[in-house]
Design a binder for this molecule. Structure first.
Ligand code: TEU
Ligand code: CA
Length: 559
């Protein structure tokens, strides 16, 4: 029997503050903008908001490069605004989970400013510095955002490691002082009354002590992932974090665990609770693995349902009784769910968005909704690299199209339309007025022009909208323990079109069937099944068939 916890029963809503709501007309979403829309989130019924980073930052990577962990980014407001947001959220029984970005800091963080000054500076070992090798970088690792993972620093003649951008130097977690600092700042936020942490690339805090090259690719770079993810001390450090901070509060913790396997996840999110509550894995969203890539993560192709199903089913069954899972289709690093996994053509957008929501929200684990997903927001169309704001896209363009000419611009733009992070970062579409009610000024990133049709106002006015379907799914989760705690059992695993499974708890059975295609598909799984329909995205079903993108959920009581 699963141990109960509020964060296992909760539904989380992720806010990317820069793109959510602008309260002061500077074109940038902010904390007061979020506070103004809390009633909307309460109406949706979510329990928790995960805020992407709101700390002081030079914004090389939109706040994932932090220069002061105890201050609010000027663009987003003040600490008083934050305190008000926290109070107002709590008044609506909505909890707030902060993004904790401590694999790296900004190069403008005082620790790094000190660290780079001299080899004997007390902060030197806060970061990872190495001597040059053969007059060049210490090894061949490529950074996640193109180019080498090492940056040479004139001042001291050494290189520092940055797994992400040059302005995101990696902290040295092997230094106990670094761990003290991190645990202190976590404690500071806990004292404020926040409700948890989403931990950015927490699987990367322990690096292989030898920094081996690994197999070097044609372009002269090697993959660092095997040497930076799930490293030798990662579990030890998280257990220390758990002892020193997490266990002293009642928190939701979710580790963003790049490179995590299901075996590793059983340690990070172990049921004994010695590390984290749960982790995000990337096996079902990893573009390179689930559809043919053009280069690196860049692909033009949709993922294939049987692959996605195989991955999700594996995580459902393998974690059972051993670790808690998380459920998501998209986030601020991923394309829009309905465009990637569903069908965003006007005639199928609503149906397929509801189908995807059903498949995910009836599974075991804590579901995450990314802002705009609940109204079926879609991917953007990028006409040129000038339409992109994301450092990952801009660097990829420079390296792949301009410098190395490995792919032509048209192809890379098509890949951007398919998987670029900016798809998720176009501003939230509130209504059909200018700039979708997101801002009265000039938005920091162009809106998706389809905001005239797809927006919150329209969704709230239409009882068949994606919004009300999500609202219903959330209510169901809050009503039926089987949806939270039921054991998962896969069905029809050979089907190329249908994703089906069951959940079981105390003799009750929940049966879920979803047609992942725009064709009618024969299916008699639900015909004559005793019980009642909890939710469906068609008003009437057809015996023997699942209609295009049809999804249904039947609850059968103990006989
Ligand atoms: O992401 C880390 C990560 O592993 C990826 O999701 C990565 O951004 C993606 O594969 C690039 O294609 C986290 C944050 O979610 C992301 O926004 C940050 O850019 C990154 O860490 C660095 O902090
Ligand atoms: Ca603003």
């Amino acid at each position: 029997q699963e141990k109960r916890a509020w964060w296992k029963e909760a539904v989380i809503y992720q806010i990317y503050p820069r793109s959510f709501a602008d309260s002061n007309g500077d074109g940038i979403g902010d904390l007061n903008g979020i506070t103004e829309h809390l009633d909307y989130l309460a109406e949706l019924g979510i329990d928790v908001i995960w805020l992407s980073p709101i700390y002081a930052s030079p914004n090389d990577d939109n706040g994932y490069d932090i220069s002061d962990y105890r201050a609010i980014m000027d663009d987003f407001g003040t600490m008083a605004d934050f305190d008000r947001l926290l109070t107002e959220a709590h008044a609506r029984h909505i909890r707030i989970v902060m993004d904790l970005v401590v694999n790296h800091t900004s190069d403008e963080h005082p620790w790094f400013i000190e660290s780079r000054k001299s080899k004997d500076n007390p902060y030197r070992d806060y970061y990872i510095w190495k001597d040059p090798r053969d007059g060049g970088a210490p090894n061949k690792w490529a950074s996640c955002f193109s180019g080498p993972a090492w940056q040479y620093d004139e001042q001291t003649g050494q290189y520092y490691l940055h797994c992400f951008s040059r302005k995101q130097p990696d902290l040295n977690w092997d230094n106990p002082k670094v761990r003290d600092e991190v645990f202190d700042l976590m404690d500071w936020w806990c004292q404020k009354g926040i409700d948890g942490f989403r931990m950015d690339v927490i699987s990367m805090i322990s690096k292989h002590p030898d920094f081996p090259d690994g197999p070097v690719h044609e372009d002269g770079y090697s993959d660092m992932f095997a040497y930076v993810c799930n490293g030798p001390h990662v579990h030890e450090y998280l257990q220390e974090m758990n002892r020193r901070v997490l266990s002293r509060y009642d928190l939701l913790t979710v580790g963003e665990a790049a490179g995590v396997t299901v075996e590793e996840a059983k340690k990070y999110a172990n049921s004994a609770g010695t590390e984290l509550g749960m982790v995000f894995h990337f096996e079902h969203t990893d573009g390179a693995a689930n559809s043919e890539a053009v280069i690196g993560k860049w692909t033009k192709n949709p993922p294939k349902m049987p692959y996605v199903r195989k991955i999700l089913n594996k995580w459902q069954t393998e974690l059972e009784g051993k670790a808690w899972g998380s459920l998501y289709w998209d986030n601020h690093d991923q394309p829009r769910a309905v465009s990637r996994f569903g069908n965003d053509a006007p005639q199928w957008r609503v149906k397929s968005a509801k189908m995807l929501a059903t498949v995910l929200h009836m599974q075991k684990g804590t579901p995450y909704i990314y802002q705009g997903e609940e109204i079926g927001m879609t991917n953007m169309h990028f006409h040129s690299v000038a339409d992109c704001a994301d450092i990952e896209e801009k660097n990829a363009w420079q390296e792949l199209v301009v410098d190395k000419k490995l792919v032509d611009g048209k192809t890379l733009l098509a890949c951007f339309d398919t998987v670029a992070r900016d798809n998720a970062r176009t501003p939230m579409q509130w209504d059909d007025t200018q700039n979708a009610g997101f801002t009265t000024g000039k938005p920091w990133l162009a809106l998706n022009p389809n905001y005239t049709d797809i927006n919150v106002k329209a969704a709230l006015a239409d009882k068949d909208s994606v919004f009300y379907y999500y609202q219903q799914l959330i209510k169901l989760r809050h009503t039926y323990p089987i949806i939270v705690y039921g054991r998962f059992r896969p069905l029809l695993e050979d089907s190329g079109e249908i994703y089906a499974y069951q959940r079981e708890l105390d003799g009750q059975v929940l049966t879920v069937a979803a047609n992942w295609t725009e064709r009618e598909v024969p299916c008699n799984l639900l015909d004559g099944l005793p019980g009642r329909e909890l939710i469906a995205n068609y008003a009437a079903h057809k015996n023997g068939w699942l209609q295009p993108y049809e999804a249904r959920v039947i609850l059968t009581d103990k006989s």
